[in-house]
Design a protein around this ligand. Structure first.
Ligand SMILES: [Zn+2]
Length: 297
């Protein structure tokens, strides 16, 4: 009596990785991850002729059954571009004002008030341009399209990112003016950044299901609720610092200011990770993993 090779394996030993690949060959260009030899035409159940790497292992590493089982996005390239543009825009409004404050503070301490003011103004202006540009272009890319699983989340995301970008632009403008207006500017920028992040999250999670690296990442995957929390905390500390300065308590002013800048620094690192995450998703949306049927035959 002949035993079905698959059935006899089940439950007793680890499944043979070559099962189902016997007699098949790699159909697409597939560089060996160990030695970059192109495995096209090589037996799908065999080994790399150059270095002996197991071809079934390479095949398993390339196909992504989970991503290909999901409904196709109406325009995956535009969604990928939109995610990166919005994340770069939002990261700029978190990172550049921080750099501006630290650099301007250092220049002022060194007695170079003119340079301090110039650097501060140009950094904040740069943040204004990148944030507004990234969010406007990103919203255009993410605009809702008929059909596709992202229609609803894109509509909400575009609304929130656009509202956030307007608040950030106004906030940065006020921040640059200095004085009491700067305090309101920090508050407005904080609210805008939080709104933009909420909008971005709606598309990021749905699109991210189609990206293997993003799904598998634990440490290097940036959680957006944490970023929103850090944004609000940094905003409150900086506004508190400005209030303390107005009320003439320099010690409280300094303590809150340093705490605010510390939280903002951690948040800036998180924003940089978020940009990396959206770049992974963009990559996989542009070059989706082949299905097993496309790869071997
Ligand atoms: Zn090889």
């Amino acid at each position: 009596m002949m035993l079905d090779p698959i059935m006899s394996d089940r439950g007793t030993t680890a499944p043979d990785p070559t099962t189902g690949l016997q007699g098949m060959h790699v159909q697409l260009s597939l560089p060996c991850p160990s030695c970059t030899y192109d495995l096209r035409g090589v037996s799908a159940a065999g080994n790399c002729p150059e270095c002996g790497q197991s071809v079934p292992d390479v095949v398993t590493g390339v196909i992504d059954p989970l991503a290909t089982a999901l409904p196709r996005l109406a325009d995956p390239r535009a969604v990928g571009d939109g995610l990166v543009l919005v994340s770069v825009g939002l990261a700029a409004c978190a990172i550049l004002p921080l750099v501006a404050m630290v650099f301007a503070g250092a220049a002022a301490l060194a007695g170079k008030a003119a340079i301090s003011a110039m650097v501060f103004q140009s950094m904040v202006w740069l943040a204004f341009v990148i944030t507004l540009g990234g969010c406007v272009l990103g919203c255009w890319c993410l605009r809702p399209r008929e059909g596709g699983p992202l229609q609803t989340s894109c509509r909400r995301a575009v609304g929130e990112v656009a509202a956030g970008a307007v608040a950030i632009a106004a906030g940065l403008g006020m921040f640059q003016a200095g004085g009491t207006l700067a305090m309101a500017g920090v508050a407005l920028t904080t609210i805008g950044l939080a709104a933009g992040l909420m909008g971005l999250r709606k598309v990021l999670l749905e699109a991210g299901r189609r990206c293997r690296v993003f799904r598998a990442a634990t440490l290097r995957r940036q959680r957006i609720p944490t970023l929103i929390f850090a944004t609000v905390l940094a905003g409150l500390l900086l506004v508190g610092s400005a209030l303390a300065e107005l009320m003439g308590s320099p010690n409280t002013d300094l303590t809150l200011g340093v705490l605010g800048l510390t939280v903002l620094s951690v948040q800036a690192i998180g924003m940089a990770y978020l940009v990396v995450n959206t770049a992974w998703i963009r990559h996989d949306l542009r070059q989706p993993s082949p299905t097993l049927d496309e790869l071997v035959g």
